[in-house]
Design a binder for this molecule. Structure first.
Ligand SMILES: *[C@@H]1O[C@H](CO)[C@@H](O)[C@H](O)[C@H]1NC(C)=O
Ligand SMILES: *[C@@H]1O[C@H](CO)[C@@H](O)[C@H](O)[C@H]1NC(C)=O
Ligand SMILES: *[C@@H]1O[C@H](CO)[C@@H](O)[C@H](O)[C@H]1NC(C)=O
Ligand SMILES: *[C@@H]1O[C@H](CO)[C@@H](O)[C@H](O)[C@H]1NC(C)=O
Length: 400
């Protein structure tokens, strides 16, 4: 998605694209988001995942802005944007992010704060400070890791403040303290196109695994939604539009509680297309956990594995557009988000209640781990991809 759209936007500016081009580009971008996701699931003991591919793309744009020679051109390759001119790449990424995170137009809360930290020994070039603010809305800060505890505390305090307290912590520790550090701190709150009834919330068990259940508040509503039951693969697909149908949240959930790796193996761009193409409007009775999830990932290693090998390598990186000297490499990319699943949304049409339209609804009872995506309806980009494996909640005692 991410790249795709970058390129798609460039093309849209330059010429009119045919539907064939757009589809091809959309396929390319989705495969990037999925590549990152697949790379991350290899991490052992990782439970919840929450990443915003468009924000990752804009962080890569920042690296391109600060990089020179092959360090910079590698970024474009990772973004599948080799052919795109620098200025156009930066402008398109900025335009894409402004469009999809516009809370006025979308009525969805999405706060994004970005900071580039550098060791206290380096000086940021004025031209870089200006251009990275302009395109990517980055702040800059120097940090002294000699007092590591207070350095980490100040990062966490900044993240908490810039998300109104929704994201209290980015990291407990930092391994590599000798390079540049990107921090994305986000708060996202979906605003449903049709809200849940605020009073229809009760406590239920969520099965993290067959033998481990936590208690979570669940919200419930019945309505007409795009739904698909893949009987061959034993899973449900549900798409719930967010405000004004400008984006939607797509759920992929196995019939029963099981580790998600079986579904993750199925998750290719082609399969995703097939699934989305099979969605049909149906009456669905939905139950979703009403929880907030806070997830922080260090993407440095994963981006390296996706081909960004130079920027992350101390001996090879050339980020001299940042400081004017070849004295920096990308040591950390903290990508941290809080997502709040709540009942809020636009008013629903109550006239269909008690009519035949809602008779015999399909059940989508999300009481066990699932994968989700937030997909933009206009640019086709993937705003978030993640999985909810372990929501916050107290362990439910076994009652045998
Ligand atoms: C956000 O959307 C509103 C309303 O559609 C528009 O007036 C405004 O210019 C947009 N802002 C950005 C940053 O795109
Ligand atoms: C945005 O959401 C608020 C809060 O739910 C609601 O009152 C308002 O009508 C919505 N605005 C638009 C333009 O949909
Ligand atoms: C995308 O937008 C169109 C036009 O507003 C709307 O008809 C359609 O239902 C939307 N799709 C989704 C998945 O929300
Ligand atoms: C990066 O360096 C190149 C080559 O020196 C220069 O042309 C370009 O303007 C610089 N970019 C920024 C953002 O300073």
């Amino acid at each position: 998605m991410w790249l795709t759209n970058v390129v798609a936007l460039c093309l849209l500016v330059a010429t009119t694209t045919t539907n064939g081009d757009k589809k091809l580009l959309a396929d390319k971008s989705a495969s990037l988001a999925l590549n990152l996701y697949h790379n991350m699931v290899k991490e052992k003991d990782l439970e919840n995942i929450l990443i915003s591919p468009v924000v990752v793309a804009s962080s890569l744009g920042l690296v391109a802005l600060g990089g020179k020679a092959s360090t910079a051109s590698q970024v474009k390759t990772v973004l599948s944007a080799d052919e795109v001119k620098d200025e156009q790449l930066h402008a398109s990424l900025a335009e894409l992010l402004a469009e999809v995170s516009n809370s006025t137009a979308r009525n969805v809360t999405w706060k994004i704060s970005n900071r580039l930290y550098g060791p206290s020994s380096v000086n940021f070039a004025d031209s870089f400070i200006k251009s990275s603010k302009k395109h990517y809305n980055y702040e800059h800060s120097k940090i002294n890791f000699r007092d590591k505890r207070s350095a980490i505390k100040s990062i966490n305090e900044w993240a908490s403040k810039s998300t109104d307290g929704k994201l209290p912590e980015v990291t407990k520790d930092v391994d590599k303290t000798d390079g540049a550090m990107i921090v994305n701190a986000m708060f996202f709150k979906p605003h449903w196109d049709e809200q849940f009834h605020h009073k229809l919330v009760d406590n239920r068990g969520f099965l993290v695994s067959p033998s481990f259940t936590v208690s979570v508040p669940m919200m419930h509503r019945t309505g007409i939604y795009s739904f698909h039951e893949d009987t061959k693969n034993s899973l449900y697909l549900l798409s719930m539009p967010l405000a004004h149908k400008m984006s939607s949240m797509i759920f992929i959930m196995p019939y029963h509680v099981e580790p998600l790796d079986r579904l993750e193996k199925l998750l290719t761009p082609q399969q995703l297309d097939t699934w989305l193409g099979s969605l049909e409007e149906k009456a669905v009775a939905i139950s979703l956990p009403k929880v907030s999830m806070e997830v922080s990932h260090n993407l440095q290693k994963h981006l390296g594995e996706l081909g960004l090998t130079e920027a992350v390598d101390k001996t090879k990186a050339d980020l001299s557009n940042i400081t004017g000297k070849k004295d920096l490499y990308l040591a950390n990319v903290f990508h941290a988000s809080a997502m709040e699943w709540d009942t809020e949304g636009n008013p629903f049409d109550a006239s269909i209640f008690n009519t035949d339209k809602l008779k015999n609804p399909k059940l989508f009872y999300a009481d066990h781990p699932f994968i989700f995506l937030v997909k933009d309806n206009k640019t086709n980009s993937i705003l978030f991809i993640g999985r909810l494996v372990r929501p916050k909640g107290d362990k439910v005692r076994d009652e045998l």
